[in-house]
Write a protein that binds this ligand. Structure first.
Ligand SMILES: [Zn+2]
Length: 66
């Protein structure tokens, strides 16, 4: 089964990440938005927490691979 994500607004495919600071906040966030109409479909932390944890574990000499 093949499935491609579509924009809920314009029904087109293709998304991009755009880093912005939300008004009233000091933190950057990554918006996942439609390339065509810029409708926001998702939000990601600016810092990739999973990647930070893996780097920290590596520095501590721990292997978290599974
Ligand atoms: Zn769209």
């Amino acid at each position: 089964m093949f499935s491609t994500s579509k924009c809920p607004n314009c029904q087109k495919t293709g998304f991009e990440m755009n880093t912005e600071i939300i008004s009233g906040s000091d933190y950057k966030v990554n918006f996942v938005r439609c390339i065509s109409c810029k409708t926001v479909v998702g939000l990601l932390d600016y810092f990739n927490a999973g990647d930070l944890i893996l780097k920290l574990a590596k520095k501590l000499g721990k292997d978290l691979s599974y």
